[in-house]
Structures are given as structure tokens and as C-alpha cells.
Design a protein around this ligand. Sequence first.
Ligand code: GUN
Length: 282
Amino acid sequence: MIISGKELSARMKSDMAAQVAEFPEKYGRVPHLAVVLVGDDPASVSYVTGKAKASEVVGIKNTTIRRPADISEAELLSLIDGLNADEGVDGILVQLPLPKHISEAKVIAAVDKSKDVDGFHPLNVAALWQKQECTEPCTPKGIIRMLKSAGVQISGKRAVVVGRSNIVGLPVAKLLLDENATVTIAHSRTADLPSVTRTADILVVAIGKPRFVTADMISDGAVVIDVGVNRDPETGKLCGDVDFAAAESKASVITPVPGGVGPMTIACLMENTIECFLRKMK
Ligand code: GUN
């Protein structure tokens, strides 16, 4: 079975559109997401465009603010201050990665916690790890949604997460733990990685290496979630961290790239924007 993130995210967006259509009458306006893009990295430009398109479908107001790659850290922080202070802005997303002369940690911490639709602010991260109300990071949230929509039982299962990034690996491990999986986090220094990934009932791969996970690393019947978005070095086409053609025959459930986790991340970003808006209105 292939889980279509494209279809599931389309359903989520259409449900949200119906919800948002009632907001002008209920609250006087629609949610407003501000997206900040520094520089012109093609992948980042394409992600930001996807976010603007999804906002349009859902009926969320989107303002994309572009700044040159040589913007100073102080200027960027001051731009964020302005968005924090703007009562008409409900969500702020600063597209990562940022140019090397800018501290991502400082920028992430500068975003008002209540407008942090990414769930990256240290206080949101702390709340997540303490099981308090928080904004859940979009990609991990989307992954749990996909598993549930496919009817995958998580409780009691062995989950292996390959990758330990702040954006995906760590938070998805925590969400899987909250669903009562037994979670292992593996990474580039893990000894004998295939023997670890083969223990997985649920394998989540987020390491950013094209077709890194091969059939011999997957146990029969495993559920495989591929978070990778890579350019195939030979064809230039998008491909995941999992060798899909090989893995498909062993996995019971698998997500494709493109059309898997990616669109779910964007749908969850829309949800998070609505959540931030509603918390403010209520
Ligand atoms: N870059 C890659 N993924 C993300 C994400 O989820 N949010 C932001 N802000 N930047 C990213």
C-alpha cells in the first residue's frame, strides 16, 4: 500500500477551507501567515511557493516577504520584531536554511512563541517534550497523520527514526513515543545501521541522502516513511532517502517522493496557522 500524501493533504485542505470560510463572520477576518524568505535558493523558493499556493486553497492570507541573501542579522531580527508586533499577523515562518552569517537559533527564538507556526521556538520545543500544549512541528505532525490515516497501529510497535535533526528526527521520535511506540533514533554514526533499521516495524527516514535505504535494510512488512527530498544525481529528478522501487516489495505500507510527506508538511502548516489564529481569537 502506498500512502498518498497528496490525496490526504488535499482532503485536509478542503476541510480547512470550509472551516476558514466561516471565519470572517465569526472573527471578522481570516488567518494571516507571513513567510520570510532570505536569498534565492531554488529549493527554498519552491517550498515557499508551495506554502503560498496552499494558503490560497485554504483561504488563509499569505504574505511572502523576500530579502536578499546579504541582509544583516540585525535587519532580519528587526523585520521579525515588526511581524511579532503586527496584530494582523497570526503566523510567522522563516524559511530555513538561512545564510551562514545569520544565527538560525537567534532567528528562531526571535519569533513570538504564539506565532511560531513551525513549532521551532525553544519554548514550543520544551512544551512538546513535556507533553504540554504546543505547536507541533509540521513534518512530524504530518507523518503521524499519514500513519493514522493508513490505519497503522503505532502503540507497542518498534519505530526506528533515521536522522536526528531538530526539524524532523527529534520531534518525530517524540511524537511516536507519545503514541506509545518503542523508539530508536539512529544516525550517521550508528554502528551497523542495517541491523538497526531491520528491527523497525515503522521506519522513518530523514537523512537527506538519495536512495540511502535499500531493500536489505527493511524487514518484511515494515511501514516505511520517507522524509527525504533529494535530486537524483543521475536524472536530476526528485527522489527520497529510500530506494522506493526496491523497498516497495518488502514494505507493507510506504510513502512516495514526491507526493508523500512533503504535501502533508504544508497541510499541517496550514493547520498550525489556523490553530495560532484560533488561540488568539478565543
Ligand atoms: N526548511 C526545511 N523544512 C522547513 C520547515 O519545516 N520550516 C522552515 N521554516 N524551514 C524549513
